[in-house]
Design a protein around this ligand. Structure first.
Ligand SMILES: [Zn+2]
Ligand SMILES: [Zn+2]
Length: 254
């Protein structure tokens, strides 16, 4: 059993064949998928997807790219949606200082508010970090280690992993661990305690080897699990079981 803890099923690349994609994932041993929202419009879309497919759970929130759109209405949309069934997290939220599509101030503001909602509602957060670790850790520390959550698509080194682990976070690895140049990330994976590791696709982005260059989809999470199992010197079945159990614990999946 595998759980893809981070996919963007609302992406238009899945518009025409989402049912097929999910069927293929199940055929590849994926029992659950967590689809995350990113734009203002995708919050409602996430609820529709979750309502349509039994094996799909959802995260609601505004991605740092769209942080400039965060306002009272979005906040209300998030609050309304977390009362729905199978909405299990606030995400994806975070900081992205690579693209800076929203100003750093707007990103910080949206992130703090959304962490506040997660804490008020006792939900885990799904956090995106791109070239923003120092500022992100500062903000997470402001909340005094009270929240639970995951650093998704982790791309840091062992030191960085340690800092997030110390804050109580899970670390999620994507298809990047299959890339030849990702030695630093594979080494970081070795220091993550077994009860803190998650796996994800971040589909439709970042297809793992041997699917690189194609549209990524949740069924491909098995390639990430295979690669990570090798790094950790574990059986595929053992790692898939452990990561699935971790996902069930963090997101309280039924
Ligand atoms: Zn992300
Ligand atoms: Zn994502």
């Amino acid at each position: 059993m595998l759980i893809d803890t981070h996919a963007h099923l609302d992406d238009e690349k899945f518009k025409d064949d989402m049912g097929e994609v999910i069927k293929r994932a199940i055929g590849n041993g994926v029992s659950e998928i967590i689809t995350v929202s990113s734009t203002p419009g995708s919050i409602q879309r996430t609820i529709e997807i979750v309502n349509t497919f039994e094996s799909v759970y959802g995260g609601v929130g505004l991605h740092p790219h769209d942080a400039k759109y965060f306002n009272k209405q979005i906040e209300q949309d998030i609050l309304d949606s977390i009362t729905k069934e199978r909405i299990v997290a606030i995400g994806e939220i975070g900081l992205d200082f690579h693209y800076n599509y929203s100003s750093r101030d707007d990103q910080g503001r949206a992130l703090r508010r959304q962490i506040g909602i997660a804490l008020d509602c006792s939900l885990p957060v799904i956090v995106h970090d791109r070239e923003a670790s120092d500022e992100l850790i500062k903000i997470l520390e402001e909340f005094g280690g009270k929240m639970t959550g995951v650093i998704h698509c982790f791309t840091g080194d062992s030191d960085m992993a340690k800092k997030y682990l110390d804050l109580g976070f899970y670390i999620s690895f994507s298809g990047i661990v299959t890339f030849p140049k990702a030695e630093k990330i594979r080494n970081a994976a070795k220091i993550v305690p077994q009860d803190k590791i998650l796996i994800e696709t971040d589909a439709p982005y970042l297809a793992p080897v041997p699917m690189r260059g194609k549209r990524n989809e949740p069924g491909f999470v098995r390639f990430t699990c295979e690669a990570l199992a090798k790094v950790l010197n574990m059986d595929f079945e053992a790692l898939s079981g452990i990561t699935a159990e971790n996902a069930r614990n963090l997101f309280h999946l039924k």
